[in-house]
Design a protein around this ligand. Structure first.
Ligand SMILES: Cc1cc2nc3c(=O)[nH]c(=O)nc-3n(C[C@H](O)[C@H](O)[C@H](O)COP(=O)(O)OP(=O)(O)OC[C@H]3O[C@@H](n4cnc5c(N)ncnc54)[C@H](O)[C@@H]3O)c2cc1C
Length: 391
């Protein structure tokens, strides 16, 4: 029996998230969007975020004591990220913390690496960021094609290449860089390396211009003869498991897909709420056709939410959920785009003027179809699983 019930503590966490979203995230997101620039690292929003306990690692610490307060289940965490994205998905990604690579470090990092790289996120003295760099100008959907090279040199490694569209790269304390030992050997030759801020050869940071989600930076950078110590190879030298780094990177994306789906549902809900508020204010609700369209949208959003929660429910039981995670993302990103389109159509000229939330949501939501595997790639994964082909 599927049961998405949540406990009182999660209900309380959702209420707090709603209040924080309304009072802090939404205004910060609008500010960044209107100025067409990411929120600066020294923005008071981030200091407040850290003050209220955000940005900490899930790692329990060397003594197993410290632990950031986290949702108690994947289902609960999906509900929380849906709520965060309802208020501002760009600000949610901009929030300080060990972010996307934390899971890779917890899964594969040595104890020494956890202490070195996650330790500073136990008790934050200031907002800190970390990020994961996979995408390259020549390798997006086909992550096995990355060309950033790693070459052994004495007691270290030399990295060379270029990455693009990496969230938070220029402000990160360290970047987990996916590189290859031999570009002809595909995924088996991939390894991940910690590259710390200020490492000579790490540079050329360029913040990309984005149509939406402007609150966080998406940054390209280069690695030119960038030397890192042997201790910065994720998992260390001795780990013999050949494809572990690539497989772990892919697991990060698999775990991320329901999160992106939940974000999309939150953004779609926000768009629907804007449309209903406008229709009420402008006395459009007596029109049956208008009500029909709102009703259809609410129904599709609920469907997307249920598929997303089912992917989380399976993850909570440690059952395979690759198909469900891909279905959730493919479905929710499409439905959320539909919801923002409906909002734009109903709100009409008022929405198109450029200072209405619906117009921002319309631009923000497209990325939900692109990041962590495009909608098209999700459909490829679902179809291959359906007919029993290897992924
Ligand atoms: C806002 C934003 C934030 C991002 N943040 C990060 C980040 O923090 N870290 C990071 O590493 N990357 C990040 N990315 C990059 C993102 O992961 C890639 O954009 C994504 O993987 C798609 O790659 P691509 O843009 O190169 O498109 P391509 O892979 O070139 O795809 C182009 C088109 O071809 C289609 N296509 C590709 N392969 C297939 C196939 N096998 N079958 C059918 N169709 C196919 C795709 O669906 C797409 O429509 C971000 C991107 C965006 C837009």
């Amino acid at each position: 029996m599927i049961d998405f019930a949540i406990d009182d503590a999660t209900r309380e966490q959702l209420a707090q998230t709603r209040e924080w979203g309304r009072t802090a995230m939404r205004p910060a997101g609008l500010e960044a969007d209107r100025s067409a620039a990411p929120l600066p690292a020294l923005h008071p929003y981030f200091a407040k975020f850290v003050e209220r306990g955000g940005g900490r690692t899930r790692w329990a610490g060397p003594a197993g004591r410290a632990r950031a307060e986290k949702p108690r289940s994947v289902v609960a965490s999906l509900l929380v990220v849906e709520e965060l994205a309802y208020w501002d998905r760009g600000v949610m990604v901009a929030d300080p913390g060990p972010g996307l690579p934390e899971g890779n470090v917890l899964a594969l990092g040595s104890e020494e690496q956890k202490e070195r790289f996650l330790g500073p996120f136990l008790e934050l003295d200031r907002p800190r960021w970390a990020c994961f760099a996979m995408t390259e100008p020549g390798a997006g959907s086909d992550a096995a094609a990355i060309a950033t090279s790693a070459r052994r040199d004495g007691d270290g490694w030399i990295l060379g290449g270029a990455k693009c569209f990496i969230g938070g790269a220029s402000r990160a304390d360290w970047i987990l860089v996916q590189a290859t030992l031999d570009v002809r050997s595909g995924r088996a030759a991939q390894r991940a390396f910690f590259v710390e801020r200020g490492t000579p050869g790490l540079g050329g940071f360029k913040i990309e211009k984005k149509m939406g989600l402007r609150a966080y930076e998406s940054t390209s950078f280069t690695l030119a003869d960038c030397r890192v110590p042997a201790a910065n190879l994720l998992g260390g030298e001795s780990r013999g498991e050949q494809r572990a780094d690539y497989a772990t990177a892919m697991r990060t994306f698999n775990a991320g897909r329901p999160i992106i789906a939940a974000n999309a549902v939150g953004m779609g809900r926000a768009a629907l709420d804007e449309a209903i508020a406008f229709a009420r204010e402008h006395e459009l609700l007596h029109r049956e056709r208008v009500r029909d369209r709102l009703e259809a949208m609410a129904r599709k959003l609920l469907m997307a939410r249920l598929v997303c929660l089912r992917a989380g429910w399976l993850a909570d039981r440690e059952r395979p959920n690759i198909t469900e995670a891909s279905m959730a993302k493919a479905l929710a990103a499409g439905v959320a785009q539909e919801a923002t389109t409906l909002g734009m159509e109903l709100i009409g000229a008022t929405g198109a003027r450029g200072d209405h939330l619906i117009e921002k949501l319309y631009r923000d939501v497209k990325a939900m179809d692109i990041v962590e595997g495009t909608g098209q790639v999700q459909r490829v994964i679902i179809a291959r699983n359906l007919v029993g082909l290897p992924r």
